[in-house]
Ligand binder design. Structure first.
Ligand SMILES: Nc1ncnc2c1ncn2[C@@H]1O[C@H](COP(=O)(O)OP(=O)(O)OP(=O)(O)O)[C@@H](O)[C@H]1O
Ligand SMILES: [Mg+2]
Length: 184
């Protein structure tokens, strides 16, 4: 409009400069990103390490001074930058020997250091915490809150197809592998 006009003046009025495709909304604001992902992802809040803090059934950490050796071993593993480190840390033991309590202490330590991206505590007593389809989306939800870059990539994938309650191997492909690959 007026592309060849010269030497004239306009006073007053309101000018809106609209160019190109105006339907591209920017989701860079992390709050908007998280809002969108929160509405689309089915996840279990009960499985977060700190669910129900202060109530009777809340998970508890180790009493101070106990389990120091294993806690420091696991923390060393979790914070190691060595790419040849094992991808997983397997902790096993008889029922009631303190595995979840160790895990809880570790989560608290990593959270303090800003290194806790996500948690899923299984539980026989809480239905959503024994639902295998909840594990991946719950971790992915927390990861999206932890990393804005991941959240933006995940949102693009979920906007195309929001279904995500299939088999775990499909969930891993769609909610973890695809968004990370799209970033690189
Ligand atoms: N280091 C510790 N300090 C204080 N309490 C502990 C400690 N280790 C275990 N406990 C207590 O012992 C009980 C059993 O521990 P926990 O639930 O961690 O065992 P678990 O190995 O995860 O059991 P399960 O195999 O049944 O899941 C809990 O009440 C927990 O609070
Ligand atoms: Mg346990």
């Amino acid at each position: 409009m007026f592309s060849n006009a010269q030497g004239f003046g306009i006073s007053g009025g309101e000018f809106n400069n609209i160019q190109g495709n105006q339907y591209n909304i920017s989701y860079q604001d992390p709050k908007i990103l998280h809002e969108i992902i929160m509405r689309k992802l089915t996840y279990s809040q009960q499985a977060f390490y700190d669910a129900g803090v202060g109530i009777r059934l809340a998970r508890k950490p180790c009493s101070s001074g106990t389990r120091e050796q294993i806690l420091s071993d696991i923390e060393k593993w979790a914070t190691s930058k060595n790419p040849f480190n094992a991808l997983g840390y397997w902790m096993c033991g008889m029922a009631g020997t303190g595995k979840s309590t160790i895990a809880m202490s570790l989560c608290m330590r990593l959270k303090k250091k800003g290194l806790l991206a996500g948690t899923f505590f299984c539980s026989h007593q809480i239905p959503e915490c024994r639902d295998y389809q909840m594990i991946v989306p719950t971790l992915v939800y927390q990861l999206a809150k932890f990393s804005g870059i991941f959240a933006a990539s995940l949102m693009n994938i979920m906007q195309e197809d929001p279904d995500h309650l299939g088999m775990p191997e499909e969930q891993i492909k769609k909610l973890l592998v695809e968004p990370w690959n799209a970033i690189q």
